[in-house]
Design a protein around this ligand. Structure first.
Ligand code: GUN
Ligand code: FE
Length: 456
């Protein structure tokens, strides 16, 4: 009899395509010693009864109880880990003022490793408790604290992709918070990449270094060029903010007479492993360039409601086959939950479609065909994130990592309104997506290992 590290039995929801959910009712999931799903078996399959009989009494066999369901772990494509310390505050001012008044002073404190340790431990465990099994993080300019964040992800079992932030521009960044000069920024980035690649060897789930120019205004041309070269040399991920707000987008136009996408491309920063946050102002040429280079868009719907001065046309970009995932953008977005962000993604898309200018007749308001469904928002939070990172994550299927959340709809303090045992599973899925709270997330698994559990 073949040995597995874990076997699970229960009903799972996984994205089949952006618009379609796959319901795996009472399936068996066999997880190998690498934490990958080796096979899934449906109740209709001929060998199901024999397999169930053979494995169900083992200690590593987990059967979900009534009202419990599997979801894939969430992939958060944009988190500023240090900003967790200020989440929920200061969202009533424009991006430029928010950065200078609140965010840069806070991030400058991460030269203090004790403070960094405290905040980073807390943000990683909070994200895990919210079902986020993979996170793409911005740290700060500090090399040591950025390595510490990767170490904390490794220790807590989260698949963390971490960037030491580069801010080498001598005039556009405050004196108290920037890289000393371009050479130091690039040397620190290279040392950071090497350290995280070394650390990755001792993890099962993987941790990854990410080349991270904060956004074009923060960086010199030489800095951006050097970062593009490092990304190519070490074949790393790249992340940045792209065409986020009127101000940030306009700055790049003034400096390069181009949109962010083409400027970043000129510096070698649009690659298969690139994820660009926000992208509210990208046009069709920018989108085509993203498709050509394999660059993904990270949609940050809560943050965009505060800082973007626009709503990104997600449905249009999906139709153009741009890879898209979802991001919390802590703390531009206040919530560490991708459930909350998925809900806002749907709401924002409806507002874009329906419009708000009531001086116009109903049929002339808004942008037609902009709405996305909760299925599409779920896709962004799971499979879309996995595709954006080119990793086998975000789906509960064979050859994907066992990154999963067990949702319990019966928890007394957060009971979901599921009243009939035979309720349509599409309805159950929608109730979970709209109503689940952290209390409903009973267990979280990454790469076949349990990394979070709550009893009630
Ligand atoms: N642009 C540059 N830095 C930031 C940041 O920290 N958050 C957001 N939302 N936008 C940025
Ligand atoms: Fe951001």
């Amino acid at each position: 009899m073949k040995k597995y590290s874990q076997i699970f039995q229960g009903t799972a929801f996984s994205a089949k395509s952006p618009k379609e959910i796959q319901i795996l009712k009472d399936y068996l999931f066999f997880i190998n010693t690498n934490g990958m799903i080796e096979q899934i078996v449906a109740p209709e399959d001929a060998d199901y009864p024999t397999l169930l009989e053979a494995y169900q009494d083992q200690d590593n066999f987990h059967r979900l109880t009534e009202g419990q369901y599997f979801l894939p772990g969430f992939v958060d494509l944009h988190v500023h880990a240090p900003q967790w310390a200020q989440s929920g505050t200061a969202l009533d001012i424009p991006l430029y003022d928010w950065l200078n008044t609140y965010t840069f002073p806070l991030e400058s404190k991460f030269s203090d490793m004790k403070f960094a340790q405290e905040v980073y431990q807390d943000v990683v465990s909070t994200l895990l408790a919210n079902g986020t099994t993979t996170a793409l993080y911005f740290a700060t300019v500090h090399k040591e604290a950025s390595i510490l964040l990767a170490e904390i992800c490794a220790e807590q079992g989260q698949r963390g992709l971490v960037g030491k932030v580069v801010m080498d521009h001598p005039e556009n960044n405050p004196e108290y918070y920037r890289d000393r000069d371009t050479q130091t920024a690039l040397a620190d980035t290279e040392e950071f990449i090497i350290a995280v690649k070394e650390l990755a060897k001792s993890t099962k789930q993987g941790v990854y270094p990410v080349v991270t120019p904060r956004f074009i205004p923060s960086c010199t041309d030489e800095g951006l060029q050097g970062l593009g070269a490092l990304a190519a040399k070490y074949d790393t991920y790249v992340q940045s903010h792209c065409s986020e707000s009127d101000w940030a987008h306009g700055y790049v136009q003034d400096r390069f007479n181009k949109n962010d996408a083409f400027a970043l491309h000129d510096f070698g920063l649009l690659r298969e492993k690139s994820v660009m946050a926000h992208c509210n102002f990208i046009n069709d040429d920018d989108a085509d360039l993203f498709v050509k280079t394999g660059t993904a868009v990270c949609h940050c719907p809560i943050s965009n409601a505060y800082f973007a001065n626009s709503v990104i046309p997600i449905a249009h970009l999906h139709a153009k086959e741009v890879e898209i995932g979802l991001g919390s953008d802590i703390s531009g977005g206040f919530s560490p939950s991708l459930f909350d962000n998925a809900r806002q993604a749907v709401i924002s898309s409806r507002m874009l479609e329906d419009g708000v200018n009531t001086t116009l007749p109903a049929e002339e308001r808004g942008v037609p065909n902009s709405r996305i469904t909760i299925n599409e928002a779920f896709y962004l939070a799971t499979a879309g994130g996995g595709e954006s990172l080119s990793l086998p994550i975000g789906r509960l299927e064979a050859d994907y990592a066992w990154d999963a959340q067990i949702i319990d709809t019966t928890i007394t303090s957060a009971k979901l309104p599921i009243y009939q045992a035979d309720e349509d599973l599409h309805d159950v899925f929608q109730k979970i997506m709209y109503l689940a709270r952290p209390e409903n997330i009973r267990e979280v698994w990454v790469q076949g290992k349990k990394v979070h559990s709550r009893m009630s």
